[in-house]
Ligand binder design. Sequence first.
Ligand code: BTN
Length: 334
Amino acid sequence: MSKETFLSLLRQHTGEYLSGESVSETLGLSRAAIWKYVEALRGEGYEIEARRGLGYRLLGTPDALTEAEIRGFLPRPGRVGQALHCFSQVNSTNTYAKKIALEGAVDGSVVIADEQTAGCGRMERPFHSPAGKGIYLSALLRPQLPPIELLPVTALSAVAVCNAVEQVCGLRPQIKWTNDLILGKRKLGGILTEMALEGESARLQYLVIGIGLNVLEQPEDFPPDLREVATSLSQALGRAVSRPKLAAAEIRELDRLYTALENGELEPYRQAYRRDCVTLGKEVQILRRDGSREQVTALDIDEQFGLVVRTAAGQLDTIRSGEVSVRGMYGYIE
Ligand code: BTN
């Protein structure tokens, strides 16, 4: 019998007293063993009251991205989240997910870290990932679909994250095409999707969706160059947000997305993306991978989540990669 089983019994009766006798009977534990677990759990940040004659009562849980805490909010995981790999520190959850993908990790495995020492964003940029503040999460999927159908996954995941944030926090972030999550014109998070194909057959080996969200940061937690352009959910709400609860919601939404992707039921995601996308209707600057820039007007999102724009010469064009700066955002004002 483990400490985790004792914890899950306390959880099932959160706020109620469980007598020492009933715990002993249910779990087959001695009083000494129960006390050892109580002390260990208190050391991990659990608030457990022990009262003579009444028993034990769970009063509070830590804001920890541990398997026990996340599963506490995810009682019946679907395919995504059936295996959880939780770390207090890792270089990058995407890097770890790619490693275990090659070692045969199960479809739907999720890697979560409290801190990343080498978190990475698109265009090989670093992703600031301090300890105890954000959620750094990567989901490993193995969809049986042609790789071309997976190109919109970054955009689709952005909608999934907006859904999760809205469920837990009651506010809905916006999306800057394609992968930036925005609150009040500042960056709340981002998504980095990576996939590997088998050389011979061009079949998908794995898909990794990496999501970074700023949750508990205050301005001083961001380095000076990010302070004016980044924000967190706590900053926006003026209160703390439960990271394990939000991580569980992200996992549930990714699971829902996985099913929708396989069934081709993406229209609700397309509609939500169009609604949430701050880029549409704006003058934007396209920053191409070769370093060139072009001023255009963003008009629409096409079926593949490409950005339909009108060029300065009045022609219609669709942007499928690269990055756009939106006038008035992140200090882009010229
Ligand atoms: C971006 O803003 O360009 C994308 C940022 C993606 C960051 C997440 S955090 C979890 C996962 N692990 C990483 O190293 N990157 C992604």
